[in-house]
Ligand binder design. Sequence first.
Ligand SMILES: NC(=O)c1ccc[n+]([C@@H]2O[C@H](COP(=O)([O-])OP(=O)(O)OC[C@H]3O[C@@H](n4cnc5c(N)ncnc54)[C@H](O)[C@@H]3O)[C@@H](O)[C@H]2O)c1
Length: 377
Amino acid sequence: MPAVISTVWGKTDMARRVHIIGAGAIAHHHADAARLLGLPFAACDPGASALEAFAAAFPEARTYADVDAMLANARDGDIAVVAVPPKLHVAMAQKAFAAGLHVVCEKPVVRDGAELDELTGAACAADRRLVDASVRFTGLPSQERARALLNEGVVGTPYLVRMVNRRNRARPGVEYQPTSRWFINRDAAGGGVLMDWGVYDLTQLFHVLRPVAAEVLCATAKSVQTGADPEDVAIEVESHVAATLRLTLPGDEAVDFIYERANGCHGPELSELTVEGNRGALAWQWLPPYPEGAITVDLWRDDAGKMIRETETLPMGAHPHFHHVPLHAMHDALEGGAQDRVDLSRIAFNFAVIQAIYRTAESGRPTQVALTPGGAG
Ligand SMILES: NC(=O)c1ccc[n+]([C@@H]2O[C@H](COP(=O)([O-])OP(=O)(O)OC[C@H]3O[C@@H](n4cnc5c(N)ncnc54)[C@H](O)[C@@H]3O)[C@@H](O)[C@H]2O)c1
């Protein structure tokens, strides 16, 4: 296969370009996002079938078998999207930073704390921006409204957050995308449902609450057995995680956080997100589908001794499709828009809390994490 199998960019084209490393399932969504933003884009993948499928879906894209060949054609200030399995995230991001590119890195952004230091260190050394694709479900009108309501004190003093998302049979590499077996390999994926969905859960919750510290008080991370488990390869990652944390909010309030996420479990399926305060409770929708382009925020409060529930329905407006959010967040930040999703200290804090849940599940002892404003962790 030739290094370049489709279109050639015009020499006079000054638009920022997007270089997608890995042309598998998620790369197609990033390509859609680049297309909608009107940015020229390329992809590379050593896997011939993935690359050919990408080229067929996006005939306007340049395609390469090799990442170095693609980056050799990139310009300082372009955007790289790292869309390979997590084991390769740091190495690919380092190549992109070294070539002068800003990096949107798929989630989980890294596999452990040492890799996090390497990744954020590379971003700082290159003076380039990083978006962790865990922001995929952030920036929703419901979250911005919930944040405003909490700041206005509509629930009084918050004291408890409960976030539960339990699915019975939704393990990537098994029931979902079964050909991508790397999802169930610990070395390749870094972990199971906590790495796959936990990073979204915490990123979206912390986008609203903005905690400055967290202590994981107790945690469990387990894998269940099912008749659908593959026979040819072992499942090395957890399918069910539960933890109790104490969050410290920016005003120094302590809030207990009961958290659970499963993509494989035997009990009932549940989905809930509630923030309880002494004068009310709040819930906001953040998971798709968003029927009829609208999204809701629910407020429960006391009215003369009676409980009332008020549902506010907000238009989605120009909010991008969730799969397009990571590239949009980077593009906005580079164009002078919101910078909160390229904040390295927040990226580092969110991931450190994920790691702290694993550590407490393993050791049985509490683990503390603090935000380091202006720093990377
Ligand atoms: N599939 C999803 O629904 C989904 C959703 C959100 C995030 N993600 C994340 O996106 C990333 C990729 O997942 P995916 O589902 O697209 O996986 P995938 O298995 O469909 O694709 C990964 C691709 O990376 C390619 N690759 C491997 N080594 C490479 C290299 N050296 N250079 C370039 N390409 C290389 C593989 O050939 C493969 O085509 C992961 O971090 C995953 O967690 C996936």
